[in-house]
Design a binder for this molecule. Structure first.
Ligand code: PLP
Length: 427
């Protein structure tokens, strides 16, 4: 092989500008990217093409649950790809069955469908709802203002933010938005066509807003009363990020009767594959017959390779107690950010979150940000990046921390040090 195969093109040796030029010439400009060209990662550290290292507190937007280049993931990829990568869903194989069992064991009796992304997982929930209401002509799904459910055509219709819809009208019919965490608004918005309610357990793109326990319990009761499906999008807030498998389990853990709370359908993706693209939705047992043979499908859903990796991610999270780590390191980060807010009340307006899903909101009218057209959140991300830490913007004023679940206390301390130094310069 060595003799006939030329060495791979030395892409990683090209300089930053040349790589960026490849993008500008050949990649659709749908993203506004930060000025950073990455080529290697190790745990919670990322390295750019110039050899500079960054502490990654963004986790690839809540995806890299075990950080970068985790040896167990590498091993699962290598081992399973030597054995069997893909067979299609015409056949059975062990990894998909075992992964479904794993997900069910963390929720309750029910069944799982596998797909490839968060948007696609939510599409499955919309179809579940349509099927549920079909016989009596109900089809409308209520979602929350400021929500985010993905970028497919139905995903942008479901998403409660105008910016994702603009220019793509007319919207897929059957979605209406109501204020989040406001049970009365849901009640008032119900129509004879309403068949389901879909919410995020913690709004992510909307700036880190957790659903209150009263809201969750109230929605459950309302859905039971009106025969509606309660659907939850756990794509960003799920997979142990809050210290429990799902955010609603964390929100209700000290609530009488809260342990019995369940949605009727739940979507997952992001951390599920730790960086390997895989999505899924779980359907509660009583509704698991709605999507029968021929009603839904996707070629790549639940491949042996994807499922083997996701099983390994579950295994490491459980073996290494990473749910507890997310809780503890998350509490440390939030405490420290609150300290920084007290220190710099003119810079930080708010700190909030659960576990390793944390948002901090910039104050309005920070003089250093006034001169640029870019949103303050974008400018702050760039400054933090320059100082060596990666975080994710959310809207115009919020910054998000969505790091690996195995982020260490020492790494969290380094992150806070860098954030503190950047704030000190802004003050
Ligand atoms: C990221 C995200 C999605 C979309 O997931 P994709 O994999 O990008 O399609 C849907 N819902 C929520 C809450 C998300 O954070």
């Amino acid at each position: 092989m060595k003799d006939i195969m030329p060495p791979p093109p030395a892409l990683v040796h090209q300089e930053q500008k040349a790589i960026q030029e490849l993008f500008h010439k050949n990649v659709l400009p749908t993203y506004s990217r930060f000025d950073l060209v990455l080529n290697r990662g190790q745990g919670s550290w990322l390295f750019d093409v110039n050899g500079r290292r960054y502490l990654d507190l963004g986790g690839g937007i809540a995806v890299c649950a075990l950080g970068h280049a985790h040896p167990a993931i590498t091993e699962a990829l290598v081992e399973q790809s030597r054995r069997l990568v893909h067979v299609s869903n015409l056949y059975y194989h062990e990894p998909q069955g075992r992964l479904a069992q794993k997900i069910v064991s963390h929720l309750a009796d029910g069944k799982v469908f596998f797909c490839n992304s968060g948007a696609e997982a939510n599409e499955g929930l919309y179809k579940l709802a349509r099927k549920f209401g079909h016989a009596d002509g109900r089809f409308e799904i209520l979602t929350a203002l400021n929500s985010f459910h993905g970028r497919t055509l139905a995903g942008i219709a479901a998403t409660g933010q105008d910016k994702v819809k603009k220019g793509f009208e007319p919207m897929v019919p059957g979605f209406r938005h109501v204020p989040y965490n406001d049970l009365d608004s849901v009640r008032a918005a119900l129509s004879p066509s309403t068949v389901a309610i879909l919410i995020e357990g913690i709004q992510g793109e909307g700036g880190i807003a957790p659903a209150s326990r009263e809201y969750l319990l109230g929605l459950r009761a309302l859905c039971d009363e009106k025969r509606l499906l309660l659907l939850m999008d756990g794509v960003q807030c799920g997979h142990f990020r809050t210290g429990r498998f799902q955010s609603f389990q964390r929100a209700l853990e000290d609530t009488a009767g809260g342990e019995g709370f369940l949605p009727d359908g739940l979507s997952m993706a992001k951390s599920l594959g730790g960086g390997f693209p895989i999505g899924a939705f779980w359907v509660r047992e009583r509704h698991a017959g709605l999507l029968g043979p021929g009603s839904h499908g996707t070629t790549y859903g639940g491949t042996p390779l994807g499922c083997a990796v996701a099983l390994k991610v579950f295994e490491i999270i459980e073996k290494e107690g990473l749910a507890d780590n997310a809780r503890q390191v998350g509490e440390f980060l939030q405490r420290e950010l609150l300290r920084l807010q007290a220190l710099h009340p003119r810079l930080l307006a708010n700190v909030r979150g659960v576990g390793l899903m944390i948002g901090f909101e910039l104050a309005r009218n920070i003089p250093a940000f006034a001169g640029s057209e870019k949103a303050p959140s974008q400018q702050m991300v760039a400054r933090l990046q320059e100082a060596g830490v990666i975080v994710i913007p959310s809207g115009t004023h919020v910054l998000r921390l969505l790091p690996a679940l195995n982020l260490s206390r020492a790494e969290a301390e380094q992150g806070i040090e860098i954030i503190e130094s950047v704030l000190a310069k802004l003050a």
